[in-house]
Design a protein around this ligand. Structure first.
Ligand SMILES: [Mg+2]
Length: 169
């Protein structure tokens, strides 16, 4: 199931460090929005996330937003953080990610997709050979049965990954 495993797990976007990126040779990030940069559907920008974005930019990391959400959700948020965006990107289809890579002017292996969902962010990145950093969702979505089911499968995949790692030691 390597298609469902990320290159790196981190809890929050703010836990991703320049050292992490240097170690992986990453110079650009393709950022998901919902439950990655903000909670689901929210336009609120956490000051810690804003500081992290500034820190990354100041250190030469190229950033762009790649989200499956509609432009009316993504555009105001991307404007707030001063980034160009690709909305309705149809992840896990490689289309949006590859457009994002082209926009950053980097090679695929020099970029990483950052997101919280296995079946869009992780799978999509793996399908087009882009490294991926999977985060924990900031806040679980309420009243969305399909997403709740996806989250349960994601937890199972992650547990299985841990089990494999322990078995290999
Ligand atoms: Mg998301």
């Amino acid at each position: 199931m390597p298609l469902f495993y990320p290159t790196l797990y981190r809890r929050r976007i703010t836990d991703i460090t320049l050292e992490d990126l240097n170690q992986l040779g990453i110079q650009g990030l393709l950022l998901d929005v919902d439950n990655t940069l903000s909670t689901h559907g929210s336009q609120v920008l956490d000051p810690a996330v804003e500081a992290w974005l500034t820190h990354m930019r100041n250190n030469g990391i190229r950033l762009t937003v790649v989200s499956n959400a509609l432009p009316r959700r993504v555009a105001p948020f991307a404007g707030k953080i001063g980034l160009r965006y690709i909305a309705f990107s149809c992840k896990p289809s490689p289309v949006g990610f590859l457009r994002g890579v082209g926009r950053l002017g980097l090679k695929r292996k020099q970029c990483a997709a950052v997101g919280d969902q296995v079946f869009t962010d992780v799978l999509g990145a793996n399908l087009c050979g882009i490294p991926c950093i999977q985060l924990e969702p900031i806040q679980l979505e309420k009243g969305k049965p399909t997403l709740a089911l996806k989250r349960a499968v994601e937890r199972w995949i992650r547990k299985r990954k841990k089990a494999i790692r322990i078995a290999q030691k």
